[in-house]
Design a protein around this ligand. Structure first.
Ligand SMILES: NC(=O)c1ccc[n+]([C@@H]2O[C@H](COP(=O)([O-])OP(=O)(O)OC[C@H]3O[C@@H](n4cnc5c(N)ncnc54)[C@H](O)[C@@H]3O)[C@@H](O)[C@H]2O)c1
Ligand SMILES: O[C@H]1[C@H](O)[C@@H](O)[C@H](O)[C@@H](O)[C@H]1O
Length: 346
């Protein structure tokens, strides 16, 4: 059975996902697209030679009889309405981060899914599918470094455009670590405090860059994440877990090592599209396969989207107050108690 997919938002990641469904992955077909910029939607159809209808808006795309599942790849503030619309139609939805821009918005999605009675939503936290994070998680789960005590991480982008603001360091960038790190050590967040080191001359006046987020977990693990989005030299994701018996570090991205002109050198990636390419492939393949095999998506849930939103809200508050801010979650609903992946690996 081929999963027939409609895409809302045909910008950078929307097109990346259309390309992988059309050219790389098995089991899905893009049958519908929409974008507030209708020209962009039409261009996407031409670019990938799609046999797909261009709809005027998300509502009409979601309602189309031949659409089984929807990808929400529009701007963050538009996600909640499209996801709610899709759940109301009883269809599956893969939503890029953020699930919604507020914790309240995520809870509205959780409530809608609970009312529907089974999981329909997967959130695009692709690091859980990245082989280097999966290896790191295995080392931690097998207790090879004992109990984790501290994590040192960094999320660096070479540059960002002028629309990138100080809060986006949390909401747009750190959000990946927020999802990946609690999953990695199977713990919950307790509080966050933010410090602003000396500002780089490469950041525009309105942007504080770099920033350091100090997060404490319920088990007392101290996490420090540097977000530096004008680091100039490349796209660099680092993560080191310090445990009672040793240290485990995210492997470096393989790169050809050259000896040339008196230098020993290896390349560093320049943008996010390549770093998590395989993980994007795996997350979407898993989305399609699990729906076919079990009737529910397998990956990060709407509840994971809610955890991320509560945490990014606290981070933004901490940026503004300079104080340690609490990260407080509501009780996890039964629908999300165990993901299918967790049950399978027990
Ligand atoms: N998982 C990741 O690593 C990753 C990477 C990049 C982007 N993202 C997320 O994906 C989303 C899109 O990012 P992008 O880089 O592709 O942005 P983009 O600006 O390139 O594309 C977004 C597209 O959505 C369209 N759009 C906006 N509002 C809409 C609406 N209401 N209905 C239909 N179309 C609408 C815009 O016209 C644009 O074409 C963001 O939420 C971003 O955070 C995730
Ligand atoms: O939306 C992008 C994307 O999520 C990238 O993975 C991240 O590195 C960037 O900082 C962010 O702006």
């Amino acid at each position: 059975m081929t999963l027939k997919i409609g895409v809302i938002g045909t910008g950078a990641i929307g097109r990346e996902h259309i390309k992988r469904i059309t050219q790389t992955l098995a089991g899905g077909k893009i049958v519908a697209v929409t974008d507030v910029n209708q020209e962009s939607a039409k261009q996407a159809v031409e670019q990938f030679n799609l046999d797909a209808t261009v709809y005027p808006d998300d509502k009409s795309l979601v309602a189309a009889d031949n659409v089984d599942a929807v990808f929400v790849t529009s701007w963050g503030p538009a996600h909640e309405a499209s996801v709610l619309e899709t759940i109301a139609a009883g269809k599956y939805v893969f939503c890029e981060k953020p699930l919604a821009t507020t914790a309240e918005g995520c809870l509205r999605i959780v409530e809608a899914e609970k009312k529907h009675g089974k999981r329909l939503v997967q959130v695009g936290f692709m690091r859980r599918y990245d082989s280097s994070y999966v290896q790191l998680k295995e080392v931690i789960e097998n207790k090879e470094i004992g109990e984790p005590l501290m994590i040192r991480a960094a999320h660096r982008n070479p540059t960002v455009d002028e629309n990138y603001t100080t809060d986006m360091a949390a909401v747009d960038t750190l959000v990946h670590e927020i999802d990946a790190l609690h999953w990695l050590i199977d713990d919950d967040y307790k509080s966050v405090q933010v410090t602003f080191p000396r500002k780089t001359k490469h950041a525009l006046p309105h942007l504080q860059d770099p920033q350091i987020f100090n997060i404490e977990t319920m088990n007392g693990v101290a996490i420090s994440v540097e977000v530096f989005v004008n680091c100039q030299y490349g796209y660099d994701i680092q993560c080191e877990v310090i445990g009672e018996e040793g240290i485990a570090k995210l492997p470096e991205v393989p790169s050809v090592v050259m000896r040339k002109g008196g230098n020993l050198s290896a390349g560093i990636l320049q943008d996010w599209k390549k770093r998590f390419m395989d993980a994007y492939d795996k997350e979407l393949q898993d989305f399609m396969d699990s729906i076919k095999e079990t009737g529910e998506p397998n990956g990060p849930t709407a509840w994971d989207g809610y955890i991320a939103a509560v945490t990014t809200d606290a981070c933004v508050k901490a940026q503004q107050s300079g104080e340690k801010e609490a990260i407080e979650l509501q009780e996890k609903p039964a629908l999300y108690k165990k993901s299918i992946t967790e049950l399978q690996t027990q």
